[in-house]
Design a protein around this ligand. Structure first.
Ligand code: FES
Ligand code: FES
Length: 208
């Protein structure tokens, strides 16, 4: 038994020794500078009609650029993984998840956040409809829902079909099913979906 233990010990010792021997030279070669390099870049874009220029770590998402650098905290961080839609903003007329895109990819773009759609006293019609139809409860998902809803109606007007669009020969109708399908990337933990659909239907001039 003692022979076996000695063998196990020496085998483990040899493996640890080998691992250390192969790792140490590469650690010794790594200078502190090569470990700590941060690449930054300048990006200029328009946010809510205002020109903005930022010097950013190139890994900064558009969401973090908006929230942490421009202090536009209306855009929310939910999952930070492209799964909830809380971070939806409109870039050059199209809705995107701002947590899934790097800010430096949007040089020259026109970005619209919830702050740019409207504000108390002069609400965007979609914001007013959400208030009227109680399209929220806690409100955390709401900025993303509203940005998405505005862009959805533009997509429908532009004739861009969705997975549930049946007739592709004429104008697309903003039906309840059409809007629910297109809003499926915007999650509401409070379950305000019916009221959100009603708000969208009102702005679209349809019955929910
Ligand atoms: Fe971007 Fe959830 S925070 S999709
Ligand atoms: Fe609470 Fe949508 S209103 S998550």
């Amino acid at each position: 038994m003692s022979n076996l233990s000695d063998f196990e010990l020496s085998r483990r010792g040899m493996m640890v020794g080998t691992a250390i021997a192969t790792t140490l030279p590469s650690l010794a070669d790594a200078s502190p500078a090569s470990v700590a390099v941060v690449h930054s870049a300048r990006v200029a874009f328009e946010v809510n009609g205002q020109p903005q220029q930022l010097e950013l770590d190139t890994r900064t998402t558009l969401l973090d650029a908006l929230r942490e650098h421009l202090h536009l905290t209306g855009t929310k961080k939910g999952c930070d993984h492209g799964q909830c839609g809380a971070c939806t903003v409109i870039v050059d007329g199209r809705r995107i998840n701002s947590c899934l895109t790097l800010a430096v990819m949007h040089e020259g773009a026109k970005v619209t956040t919830i702050e740019g759609l409207g504000a108390p006293g002069h609400l965007h019609p979609m914001q007013a409809a959400f208030v009227k139809h109680d399209g929220y409860q806690c409100g955390y998902c709401t900025p993303g829902q509203i940005c998405s809803a505005v862009a959805v109606l533009d997509e429908i007007r532009a004739g861009i079909p969705s997975h549930v669009t049946g007739d592709l020969t004429g104008p697309i109708k903003p039906t309840n099913m059409e809007m629910r399908e297109r809003m499926s990337g915007n999650i509401c933990r409070c379950g305000a979906y019916s009221n959100i659909a009603e708000a969208m239907a009102e702005v679209a001039g349809e019955k929910a």
